[in-house]
Design a binder for this molecule. Structure first.
Ligand SMILES: Nc1ncnc2c1ncn2[C@@H]1O[C@H](COP(=O)(O)OP(=O)(O)OP(=O)(O)O)[C@@H](O)[C@H]1O
Length: 291
């Protein structure tokens, strides 16, 4: 059997809790002995309610938090205590709030190209602007917007720019942490369709984190359910949604349906309406005023 691209084994990540009444400091076990794999080109969804440890696990994988124990292996290399510059480029993150994850003072062009400063070999000499335009087209942003700043774009456009910035480094794995949660529902569908298309075109693997079960189902080959720092169930997406085994998964699915009784989570992705121009519906529903 081939090695998975990403392999997480028995990983624990803990934080010091604030001092309690007796002045004793307890530990928060945010990630408590997690095993997880993501294969080359595979999309693994990670679901769980707020506080279950999803973000901490993602941050531990990419090295933003230090695991107390366990191992993280990427492409056969142990990266638990640090990533080489070369491997680091292979894993990119897309965060929840597209506005705050982009530098408000930078133009779209500079944001997308930022990573090339550390990896100049990724872009042909003199090919910089053409490559930025290509990346913007790839994520459905009109390249004529390259001179704008984040405040002059809609939330959906900002998230597309954040995805273009990640793609500029030609990653093999994209870690999306609540990447569509801050967006209007119609824009969510567009970004999900974009991610699905990019995955097909580029053979990208994804770790797709969300508290929203419907969203995770749309994109994932496999789904892992996290509860109190542990993965309580993992399985192929359809199987997990139609016959969940763990009581927590069952409760999570039941409460999602209770919140929206008419919603059977969609199984097909909405068509991606726009390829190269900013979306009118984004402009209507999600636009920020021009600065
Ligand atoms: N830097 C930190 N210091 C102390 N505790 C933290 C820190 N980061 C996270 N935690 C705690 O770790 C636990 C897991 O948090 P985490 O953010 O990973 O969960 P989550 O499932 O991603 O939830 P959410 O979607 O709300 O962010 C929570 O109890 C949280 O309060």
């Amino acid at each position: 059997m081939t090695e998975p691209l990403l392999s997480v084994r028995e990983v624990w990540t803990t934080f010091k809790a604030p001092r309690g009444k007796g002045g004793r400091r307890q530990e928060i076990q945010a990630v408590a002995g997690v095993d997880l794999t993501v294969g080359e080109g595979e999309t693994v969804g990670l679901v769980g309610e707020s506080g279950s440890g999803k973000s901490t696990l993602a941050r531990t994988i990419v090295g933003l938090e230090r695991a107390r124990s366990g191992t993280v292996t990427f492409a056969g290399t142990d990266v638990t205590t640090g990533w080489s510059r070369r491997l680091r480029r292979d894993v990119q993150m897309v965060f929840q709030d597209p506005r705050s994850s982009l530098n408000p003072r930078m133009t779209v062009r500079d944001i997308v190209a930022e990573g090339w400063r550390a990896h100049p070999g990724l872009v042909r000499p003199g090919g910089h602007d053409a490559e930025v335009a290509h990346l913007l087209e790839q994520v459905g942003v009109d390249p004529t917007l390259a001179g704008r700043r984040p405040a002059e774009l809609s939330g959906g456009q900002c998230q597309r720019v954040a995805i273009a910035r990640a793609l500029a480094l030609r990653p093999r794995l994209l870690v999306c942490d609540e990447a569509v949660s801050a967006l209007d529902v119609s824009v969510q569908a567009q970004i999900l369709a974009l991610l699905a298309r990019l995955r097909e075109e580029l053979g990208l693997a994804m770790l797709f984190i969300s508290h929203d079960l419907g969203v995770v189902r749309q994109l994932s080959d496999r789904v892992a359910v996290m509860y109190l720092g542990k993965i309580v169930e993992t399985g192929p997406a359809e199987q997990l949604y139609t016959s969940p085994e763990h009581p927590y998964t069952q409760a999570l699915l039941a409460s999602a349906l209770e919140l929206d009784p008419d919603a059977t989570p969609p199984t097909a992705l909405a068509a991606e309406p726009l390829e190269t121009t900013p979306s009118r519906s984004e402009d209507r529903t999600d636009a920020a005023p021009s600065a």
